[in-house]
Design a protein around this ligand. Structure first.
Ligand code: 4AD
Ligand code: MG
Length: 436
């Protein structure tokens, strides 16, 4: 019989259907068996009554174990007391394979154990909900750019040069040569932006992050728009519209999943433009005051980059994401355009998510002068020959341009209200985690 997905059950009430899935959980009370079935699209409680099913079916109900694969024939109906909740009266069942001693039981397990069993952990309700939010975020990201005149231009993963500093490069053998896994598609975006005007790339990026934090992965997905002729203010406006759109889409289409992860959605409902803008200079004052009041352990000095506790402190002062702009150029990447009023500052912006989540977006205006970029490449000790093509962009029709990058996993962690990025991607890669 044709397979029906659990998500489509409201259209099939009262008729006989076939569900193909796995046993999620089971309990029985004498003559009734309660079998929770999942099929990837949802979970439904099936009820088998000893007196109504064949002897074979009843004994299968008794021997079937957690995560055994099963095909079930039954009749769905609405729960008598809970509108919108459905149950399945089981008519027959076929066991496809009996699972022996599934390691993840309904009891509590430690995180390391669950991470070791990530390939199985993905089947749980919570992981399911998080990854469905991730999917919605990715769809919203694409819709936002596709509907606003951006062209998707994919950028390479094997690259000859560093974009975000040499300390986090993954080096790989490339035939007789060396290559690095991309830390960002930005430099290539700058080339495609000069060809197409408004572009974005979206793919995996790699950083040899040696710190073990709740925000860092060694492999993460980043979406990066780049706009020719855009200035810092334009890109800040783009960031706030972009983030607000994504949050709105999740609120609209993933209510159940947010409930499953116990997200307080009133916080997300406040995410509308405009977002507060804060100059780095003022951030320093807030952090120093925080230290004086005993809320921050270390006194922050002008010139430093914000650490995780600093970002957490700043972002927890606001209900909306806060856009910190004009950092000291010395703590930022080589390609940043200097502020003409104060050349020691870079025309850049970091968007810090509220509730202490910290940086989700980094971006800004790119230097457009050939001489300036060349000097910065030398100052940063980068090999000039690897950047010849990039310098061409400053020789042939150079224009002001700006863009940003948002890490998908950080966005998922914030929107779902998670403690750690490890749950935001099916198979996270971190300092001590290459398996499964
Ligand atoms: O601030 P970052 O390093 O900026 C860039 O890479 C720019 N080239 C982007 C651009 O302007 N086109 O990284 C951008 C974002 C961060 O804000 C964060 O969301 C995410 O990428 N990110 C990470 N996410 C998870 N794990 C890591 N190790 C990350 N490093 C950066
Ligand atoms: Mg950054």
């Amino acid at each position: 019989m044709k397979q029906t997905y659990i998500s489509e059950i409201p259209k099939h009430l009262g008729g006989e259907i076939t569900i193909k899935g796995w046993l999620y959980n089971k309990r029985s009370s004498g003559k009734l068996g309660f079998l929770e079935i999942r099929d990837g699209s949802g979970i439904i409680q099936g009820i088998a009554s000893k007196k109504d099913v064949s002897e074979q079916c009843w004994s299968d109900c008794e021997r079937v174990t957690q995560e055994s694969s099963v095909i079930i024939i039954g009749v769905p109906r609405e729960h008598p007391k809970r509108p919108g909740v459905y149950e399945l009266d089981i008519k027959d069942m076929q066991i496809v394979q009996v699972a022996h001693e599934y390691p993840i039981t309904p009891k509590e397990h430690g995180v390391e154990f669950l991470m070791d069993n990530r390939h199985l952990w993905l089947r749980s309700r919570r992981q399911h909900a998080i990854l469905r939010v991730r999917h919605e975020i990715i769809r919203a990201v694409r819709d936002f750019f596709d509907n606003n005149g951006f062209i998707l231009c994919d950028t390479p993963i094997f690259t000859p040069a560093a974009c975000e500093g040499t300390s986090t490069l993954f080096e790989v053998q490339y035939f007789d040569d060396k290559a690095y896994l991309a830390q960002s598609g930005q430099l290539y975006n700058e080339a495609t932006a000069a060809a197409f005007g408004k572009v974005y790339c979206f793919g995996p990026t790699f950083r040899a992050e040696k710190s073990k934090t709740r925000r860092h992965l060694t492999e993460f997905w980043m979406v990066e728009p780049e706009v020719a002729y855009a200035k810092l203010d334009d890109i800040m406006e783009l960031s706030e519209n972009f983030i607000s759109y994504i949050v709105g889409r999740v609120l609209e289409n993933r209510k159940e999943e947010l409930k499953q992860v116990e997200r307080d959605t009133t916080m997300l409902e406040k995410i509308t433009p405009p977002f507060p803008r804060l100059e780095y200079d003022n951030v320093v004052k807030i952090l120093q005051l925080g230290h004086a009041e005993g809320k921050l352990e270390n006194r922050f000095e002008w010139g430093g980059d914000l650490g995780s506790p600093d970002e957490t402190y700043i972002s927890s002062q606001f209900e909306k994401p806060v856009m910190v702009h004009r950092y000291p150029a010395a703590v930022k990447a080589f390609y940043m355009e200097p502020d003409p009023e104060r050349p020691e500052l870079a025309l850049c912006v970091d968007v810090l998510a509220p509730e202490g989540y910290g940086e989700v977006i980094g971006g800004g205006e790119r230097a457009s002068s050939l001489e300036f970029v060349l000097n910065r490449i030398h100052e940063h000790g980068l090999p000039e020959e690897a950047f010849n093509w990039y310098l061409d962009l400053r020789k042939y029709g150079s224009v002001p341009h700006a863009g940003f990058g948002m890490g998908i996993e950080r966005a998922v962690a914030w929107i779902c209200g998670l403690e750690h990025v490890r749950e935001t991607t099916p198979f996270p890669r971190m300092l001590y985690r290459l398996k499964p």
